[in-house]
Design a protein around this ligand. Sequence first.
Ligand code: PMP
Length: 355
Amino acid sequence: MKKHNFSAGPCILPQSVLEKSAEAVLNFNGLNLSLIEISHRSKDFVAVMESARELALEHLNLQNKGYKALFLQGGASLEFLMVAYNLLEKKAAYLNTGTWSDKAIKEAKLLGEVAEVASSKESNFNFIPKNYSIPNDADYFHCTSNNTIFGTQMQSFPETQIPLVCDMSSDIFSRRLDFSKFDLIYAGAQKNMGPAGTTLVVIREEILGKVSRAIPSMLNYKVHIDKDSMFNTPAVFPVYVSMLTLQWLKDLGGIEAIEKVNNQKAELLYSEIDRNPLFEGFVANKEDRSKMNATFNLVDDQLKTNFDTIVKEAGINGLNGHRSVGGYRASMYNALPMESVQVLVDVMQNLEKGA
Ligand code: PMP
Protein backbone atom coordinates (compact mmCIF):
# COMPACT_ATOMS: atom_id res chain seq x y z
CA MET A 1 0.00 0.00 0.00
CA LYS A 2 1.23 3.49 -0.85
CA LYS A 3 2.45 5.60 2.08
CA HIS A 4 0.75 8.73 3.34
CA ASN A 5 3.26 11.18 1.97
CA PHE A 6 3.63 14.41 3.95
CA SER A 7 7.03 15.21 2.43
CA ALA A 8 7.83 18.94 2.13
CA GLY A 9 9.37 18.59 -1.29
CA PRO A 10 9.93 16.90 -3.59
CA CYS A 11 6.47 15.84 -2.59
CA ILE A 12 3.41 13.84 -3.39
CA LEU A 13 1.99 14.00 -6.91
CA PRO A 14 -1.33 12.61 -8.13
CA GLN A 15 -1.19 8.85 -8.69
CA SER A 16 -2.75 9.17 -12.15
CA VAL A 17 -0.01 11.64 -13.11
CA LEU A 18 2.69 9.23 -11.95
CA GLU A 19 1.14 6.44 -13.98
CA LYS A 20 0.87 8.50 -17.17
CA SER A 21 4.43 9.79 -16.68
CA ALA A 22 5.76 6.26 -16.27
CA GLU A 23 3.99 5.24 -19.45
CA ALA A 24 5.45 8.20 -21.39
CA VAL A 25 8.95 7.24 -20.33
CA LEU A 26 8.41 3.91 -22.04
CA ASN A 27 6.25 4.91 -24.98
CA PHE A 28 5.32 8.53 -25.47
CA ASN A 29 2.17 9.35 -27.44
CA GLY A 30 2.27 5.92 -29.08
CA LEU A 31 5.50 6.89 -30.92
CA ASN A 32 7.28 3.77 -29.72
CA LEU A 33 9.92 6.11 -28.33
CA SER A 34 10.47 7.39 -24.84
CA LEU A 35 9.56 10.97 -23.94
CA ILE A 36 13.12 11.39 -22.71
CA GLU A 37 14.81 10.20 -25.89
CA ILE A 38 13.12 12.38 -28.48
CA SER A 39 14.02 15.88 -29.61
CA HIS A 40 12.65 18.72 -27.53
CA ARG A 41 11.93 20.38 -30.86
CA SER A 42 9.76 17.50 -32.07
CA LYS A 43 6.14 18.41 -32.68
CA ASP A 44 5.02 16.13 -29.84
CA PHE A 45 7.20 17.80 -27.23
CA VAL A 46 6.64 21.35 -28.46
CA ALA A 47 2.92 20.67 -27.92
CA VAL A 48 3.68 19.61 -24.32
CA MET A 49 5.65 22.77 -23.62
CA GLU A 50 2.95 24.97 -25.12
CA SER A 51 0.23 23.23 -23.23
CA ALA A 52 2.14 23.47 -19.91
CA ARG A 53 2.69 27.20 -20.38
CA GLU A 54 -0.91 27.80 -21.37
CA LEU A 55 -2.34 25.76 -18.51
CA ALA A 56 -0.18 27.65 -16.00
CA LEU A 57 -1.49 31.01 -17.24
CA GLU A 58 -5.05 29.68 -17.39
CA HIS A 59 -5.01 28.49 -13.77
CA LEU A 60 -3.65 31.86 -12.65
CA ASN A 61 -6.23 33.67 -14.77
CA LEU A 62 -3.44 35.57 -16.52
CA GLN A 63 -4.14 34.74 -20.15
CA ASN A 64 -4.10 37.68 -22.57
CA LYS A 65 -2.98 40.08 -19.89
CA GLY A 66 0.60 40.72 -21.00
CA TYR A 67 2.09 37.78 -19.06
CA LYS A 68 4.41 35.05 -20.29
CA ALA A 69 4.95 31.68 -18.61
CA LEU A 70 8.37 30.07 -18.77
CA PHE A 71 9.70 26.70 -17.70
CA LEU A 72 13.34 27.21 -16.73
CA GLN A 73 16.01 25.27 -14.84
CA GLY A 74 18.15 25.99 -11.80
CA GLY A 75 15.32 25.78 -9.28
CA ALA A 76 13.74 28.64 -7.40
CA SER A 77 17.24 29.28 -6.06
CA LEU A 78 18.43 30.51 -9.45
CA GLU A 79 15.40 32.82 -9.60
CA PHE A 80 16.72 34.57 -6.49
CA LEU A 81 19.56 35.75 -8.71
CA MET A 82 17.69 36.09 -12.00
CA VAL A 83 15.07 38.38 -10.50
CA ALA A 84 17.79 40.76 -9.36
CA TYR A 85 19.74 40.47 -12.61
CA ASN A 86 16.70 41.42 -14.66
CA LEU A 87 15.00 43.96 -12.40
CA LEU A 88 17.44 45.47 -9.93
CA GLU A 89 19.01 48.69 -11.13
CA LYS A 90 19.81 50.38 -7.84
CA LYS A 91 17.69 49.27 -4.91
CA ALA A 92 15.14 46.53 -4.20
CA ALA A 93 12.80 45.99 -1.25
CA TYR A 94 12.50 42.56 0.38
CA LEU A 95 10.28 41.15 3.10
CA ASN A 96 12.24 38.58 5.12
CA THR A 97 9.94 35.79 6.28
CA GLY A 98 12.23 32.77 6.27
CA THR A 99 15.28 30.92 5.04
CA TRP A 100 14.25 31.25 1.39
CA SER A 101 13.61 35.00 1.60
CA ASP A 102 16.94 35.31 3.34
CA LYS A 103 18.66 33.49 0.51
CA ALA A 104 16.88 35.65 -2.07
CA ILE A 105 18.13 38.75 -0.25
CA LYS A 106 21.68 37.42 -0.26
CA GLU A 107 21.65 37.02 -4.04
CA ALA A 108 20.06 40.44 -4.64
CA LYS A 109 22.78 42.07 -2.56
CA LEU A 110 25.33 40.91 -5.14
CA LEU A 111 23.76 43.31 -7.60
CA GLY A 112 22.53 46.32 -5.65
CA GLU A 113 21.15 47.75 -2.46
CA VAL A 114 18.52 45.79 -0.54
CA ALA A 115 16.03 47.48 1.75
CA GLU A 116 14.72 44.81 4.14
CA VAL A 117 11.26 46.25 4.88
CA ALA A 118 10.63 43.88 7.79
CA SER A 119 11.90 40.59 9.16
CA SER A 120 10.81 37.92 11.62
CA LYS A 121 14.31 36.43 11.79
CA GLU A 122 14.76 37.36 15.47
CA SER A 123 11.95 35.00 16.44
CA ASN A 124 13.05 32.18 14.15
CA PHE A 125 10.49 33.29 11.54
CA ASN A 126 7.44 32.16 13.49
CA PHE A 127 5.22 34.99 12.24
CA ILE A 128 4.62 37.14 9.17
CA PRO A 129 5.54 40.78 9.76
CA LYS A 130 2.81 43.29 8.93
CA ASN A 131 2.46 47.08 8.77
CA TYR A 132 5.74 47.69 7.04
CA SER A 133 6.19 50.33 4.41
CA ILE A 134 7.69 49.78 1.01
CA PRO A 135 9.93 52.49 -0.43
CA ASN A 136 8.53 53.77 -3.72
CA ASP A 137 11.99 54.38 -5.10
CA ALA A 138 12.83 50.67 -5.03
CA ASP A 139 12.88 48.82 -8.36
CA TYR A 140 10.62 46.06 -7.05
CA PHE A 141 9.25 44.45 -3.88
CA HIS A 142 9.96 40.77 -3.24
CA CYS A 143 8.12 38.45 -0.86
CA THR A 144 7.69 34.71 -0.23
CA SER A 145 4.03 33.70 -0.14
CA ASN A 146 4.54 30.50 1.84
CA ASN A 147 7.46 29.70 4.11
CA THR A 148 7.90 25.99 3.61
CA ILE A 149 10.29 25.48 6.52
CA PHE A 150 8.51 27.50 9.20
CA GLY A 151 4.90 26.88 8.18
CA THR A 152 3.80 30.48 7.78
CA GLN A 153 1.85 31.86 4.84
CA MET A 154 1.00 35.37 3.74
CA GLN A 155 -2.76 35.81 3.76
CA SER A 156 -2.67 39.18 2.06
CA PHE A 157 -0.23 41.06 -0.10
CA PRO A 158 0.62 44.74 -0.01
CA GLU A 159 -0.59 47.21 -2.60
CA THR A 160 2.58 48.40 -4.26
CA GLN A 161 3.46 51.22 -6.64
CA ILE A 162 6.45 49.20 -7.80
CA PRO A 163 6.58 45.72 -9.40
CA LEU A 164 5.51 42.96 -7.03
CA VAL A 165 7.66 39.80 -7.20
CA CYS A 166 6.71 36.66 -5.31
CA ASP A 167 8.34 33.31 -4.63
CA MET A 168 5.31 31.00 -4.64
CA SER A 169 7.32 27.78 -4.69
CA SER A 170 5.34 26.04 -1.99
CA ASP A 171 1.79 27.28 -2.44
CA ILE A 172 1.30 28.01 -6.11
CA PHE A 173 -1.98 26.61 -7.50
CA SER A 174 -3.22 25.91 -3.97
CA ARG A 175 -5.48 28.91 -3.36
CA ARG A 176 -7.25 31.68 -5.20
CA LEU A 177 -5.45 35.03 -5.33
CA ASP A 178 -5.68 37.99 -7.63
CA PHE A 179 -2.56 36.91 -9.51
CA SER A 180 -2.73 40.03 -11.69
CA LYS A 181 -1.45 41.98 -8.66
CA PHE A 182 1.89 40.27 -9.20
CA ASP A 183 4.38 41.25 -11.87
CA LEU A 184 6.63 38.23 -11.49
CA ILE A 185 5.82 34.90 -9.85
CA TYR A 186 8.21 31.99 -9.65
CA ALA A 187 7.95 28.51 -8.25
CA GLY A 188 10.14 25.41 -8.28
CA ALA A 189 8.03 22.59 -9.68
CA GLN A 190 8.59 20.08 -6.90
CA LYS A 191 5.70 21.02 -4.65
CA ASN A 192 2.36 21.46 -6.33
CA MET A 193 3.38 20.84 -9.91
CA GLY A 194 5.92 18.18 -10.76
CA PRO A 195 9.32 16.67 -10.10
CA ALA A 196 12.36 18.83 -9.30
CA GLY A 197 14.17 20.07 -12.36
CA THR A 198 12.03 22.84 -13.73
CA THR A 199 10.87 26.20 -12.38
CA LEU A 200 7.77 28.04 -13.47
CA VAL A 201 8.29 31.77 -13.99
CA VAL A 202 5.33 33.98 -14.87
CA ILE A 203 6.26 37.52 -15.87
CA ARG A 204 4.41 40.62 -16.90
CA GLU A 205 6.54 41.30 -19.95
CA GLU A 206 6.50 45.08 -19.71
CA ILE A 207 8.57 45.11 -16.50
CA LEU A 208 11.59 43.81 -18.42
CA GLY A 209 14.24 45.77 -20.29
CA LYS A 210 14.67 48.47 -17.65
CA VAL A 211 18.11 47.66 -16.23
CA SER A 212 21.33 48.93 -17.72
CA ARG A 213 23.54 45.90 -17.04
CA ALA A 214 24.38 43.30 -19.64
CA ILE A 215 22.53 40.11 -18.73
CA PRO A 216 24.06 36.72 -19.60
CA SER A 217 21.74 34.89 -22.00
CA MET A 218 20.82 32.04 -19.67
CA LEU A 219 19.89 34.55 -16.95
CA ASN A 220 17.93 36.81 -19.23
CA TYR A 221 14.14 36.40 -19.06
CA LYS A 222 13.73 38.14 -22.42
CA VAL A 223 15.94 35.54 -24.11
CA HIS A 224 13.82 32.73 -22.67
CA ILE A 225 10.59 34.49 -23.65
CA ASP A 226 11.79 35.03 -27.22
CA LYS A 227 12.74 31.37 -27.48
CA ASP A 228 9.52 30.02 -25.91
CA SER A 229 11.44 28.35 -23.05
CA MET A 230 13.60 26.51 -25.58
CA PHE A 231 16.73 28.67 -25.57
CA ASN A 232 18.50 25.59 -24.32
CA THR A 233 17.22 22.04 -23.99
CA PRO A 234 14.38 22.21 -21.48
CA ALA A 235 13.89 19.68 -18.71
CA VAL A 236 11.56 17.59 -20.82
CA PHE A 237 10.44 15.12 -18.19
CA PRO A 238 9.71 17.65 -15.41
CA VAL A 239 7.86 19.85 -17.90
CA TYR A 240 5.78 16.90 -19.09
CA VAL A 241 4.86 15.83 -15.55
CA SER A 242 4.02 19.45 -14.70
CA MET A 243 1.75 19.61 -17.72
CA LEU A 244 -0.06 16.45 -16.57
CA THR A 245 -0.46 17.82 -13.04
CA LEU A 246 -1.85 21.10 -14.35
CA GLN A 247 -4.26 19.13 -16.51
CA TRP A 248 -5.23 17.01 -13.48
CA LEU A 249 -5.97 20.20 -11.56
CA LYS A 250 -8.07 21.54 -14.41
CA ASP A 251 -10.11 18.33 -14.60
CA LEU A 252 -10.70 18.62 -10.87
CA GLY A 253 -12.17 22.10 -11.21
CA GLY A 254 -9.04 24.23 -10.93
CA ILE A 255 -7.67 26.24 -8.05
CA GLU A 256 -11.13 27.05 -6.74
CA ALA A 257 -11.94 23.37 -6.25
CA ILE A 258 -8.59 22.38 -4.75
CA GLU A 259 -8.64 25.36 -2.40
CA LYS A 260 -11.78 23.98 -0.76
CA VAL A 261 -10.09 20.64 -0.12
CA ASN A 262 -6.90 22.34 1.07
CA ASN A 263 -8.94 24.39 3.55
CA GLN A 264 -10.63 21.26 4.86
CA LYS A 265 -7.33 19.41 5.28
CA ALA A 266 -5.74 22.34 7.12
CA GLU A 267 -8.81 22.77 9.32
CA LEU A 268 -8.78 19.08 10.28
CA LEU A 269 -5.11 19.04 11.25
CA TYR A 270 -4.90 22.43 12.97
CA SER A 271 -8.02 21.67 15.04
CA GLU A 272 -6.30 18.57 16.32
CA ILE A 273 -3.05 20.44 17.06
CA ASP A 274 -5.09 22.99 19.03
CA ARG A 275 -7.29 20.44 20.79
CA ASN A 276 -4.78 17.74 21.67
CA PRO A 277 -2.91 18.67 24.87
CA LEU A 278 0.15 16.66 23.77
CA PHE A 279 0.88 18.98 20.85
CA GLU A 280 1.58 22.64 20.25
CA GLY A 281 1.82 24.62 17.01
CA PHE A 282 5.06 26.37 16.08
CA VAL A 283 3.56 29.48 14.47
CA ALA A 284 2.91 32.37 16.87
CA ASN A 285 -0.23 33.82 15.28
CA LYS A 286 -2.95 31.53 14.04
CA GLU A 287 -3.74 33.82 11.12
CA ASP A 288 -0.20 33.28 9.77
CA ARG A 289 -0.49 29.50 9.67
CA SER A 290 0.28 27.84 6.37
CA LYS A 291 -2.32 25.62 4.76
CA MET A 292 0.45 23.80 2.93
CA ASN A 293 2.97 23.11 5.73
CA ALA A 294 1.76 22.69 9.31
CA THR A 295 4.59 22.85 11.86
CA PHE A 296 4.07 21.49 15.36
CA ASN A 297 5.86 19.99 18.34
CA LEU A 298 5.25 17.53 21.09
CA VAL A 299 4.81 19.36 24.40
CA ASP A 300 6.70 16.55 26.15
CA ASP A 301 9.74 15.41 24.18
CA GLN A 302 9.75 12.10 26.03
CA LEU A 303 6.82 10.99 23.89
CA LYS A 304 8.89 11.32 20.73
CA THR A 305 9.99 7.70 20.40
CA ASN A 306 6.47 6.48 20.94
CA PHE A 307 4.95 8.99 18.51
CA ASP A 308 7.57 8.31 15.84
CA THR A 309 6.88 4.59 16.13
CA ILE A 310 3.12 4.87 15.66
CA VAL A 311 3.57 7.41 12.87
CA LYS A 312 5.74 4.87 11.06
CA GLU A 313 3.35 2.01 11.73
CA ALA A 314 0.54 4.05 10.19
CA GLY A 315 2.51 4.28 6.93
CA ILE A 316 3.20 8.01 7.26
CA ASN A 317 6.23 9.42 5.44
CA GLY A 318 8.06 12.74 5.62
CA LEU A 319 6.74 14.16 8.90
CA ASN A 320 10.02 15.29 10.43
CA GLY A 321 10.44 19.04 10.81
CA HIS A 322 13.21 20.91 9.04
CA ARG A 323 16.46 20.89 11.01
CA SER A 324 16.20 24.65 11.69
CA VAL A 325 12.80 24.26 13.39
CA GLY A 326 12.76 20.70 14.74
CA GLY A 327 9.53 18.98 15.74
CA TYR A 328 7.15 17.95 12.98
CA ARG A 329 5.98 19.35 9.70
CA ALA A 330 3.01 17.98 7.84
CA SER A 331 3.03 19.17 4.25
CA MET A 332 -0.42 19.02 2.73
CA TYR A 333 0.11 19.83 -0.92
CA ASN A 334 -2.63 19.61 -3.55
CA ALA A 335 -2.22 15.90 -4.25
CA LEU A 336 -2.34 14.80 -0.61
CA PRO A 337 -5.75 13.20 0.02
CA MET A 338 -7.91 14.13 2.99
CA GLU A 339 -7.68 10.48 4.05
CA SER A 340 -3.95 10.90 4.77
CA VAL A 341 -4.62 13.86 7.06
CA GLN A 342 -7.27 11.79 8.85
CA VAL A 343 -4.72 9.00 9.38
CA LEU A 344 -2.31 11.50 10.96
CA VAL A 345 -5.02 12.94 13.19
CA ASP A 346 -5.97 9.41 14.29
CA VAL A 347 -2.35 8.72 15.19
CA MET A 348 -2.19 11.93 17.26
CA GLN A 349 -5.35 10.87 19.07
CA ASN A 350 -4.00 7.38 19.64
CA LEU A 351 -0.92 8.88 21.25
CA GLU A 352 -3.18 10.82 23.60
CA LYS A 353 -5.20 7.70 24.47
CA GLY A 354 -2.06 5.73 25.24
CA ALA A 355 -0.28 8.47 27.19
N1 PMP B 1 11.61 28.99 -2.13
C1 PMP B 1 10.82 28.22 -1.37
C2 PMP B 1 9.61 28.86 -0.72
C3 PMP B 1 11.12 26.88 -1.18
O1 PMP B 1 10.32 26.10 -0.42
C4 PMP B 1 12.26 26.32 -1.83
C5 PMP B 1 12.64 24.86 -1.70
N2 PMP B 1 12.06 24.11 -0.79
C6 PMP B 1 13.06 27.17 -2.58
C7 PMP B 1 12.70 28.48 -2.73
C8 PMP B 1 14.31 26.65 -3.26
O2 PMP B 1 13.91 25.91 -4.33
P1 PMP B 1 14.91 25.03 -5.22
O3 PMP B 1 15.39 23.93 -4.38
O4 PMP B 1 14.03 24.64 -6.36
O5 PMP B 1 16.01 25.93 -5.67
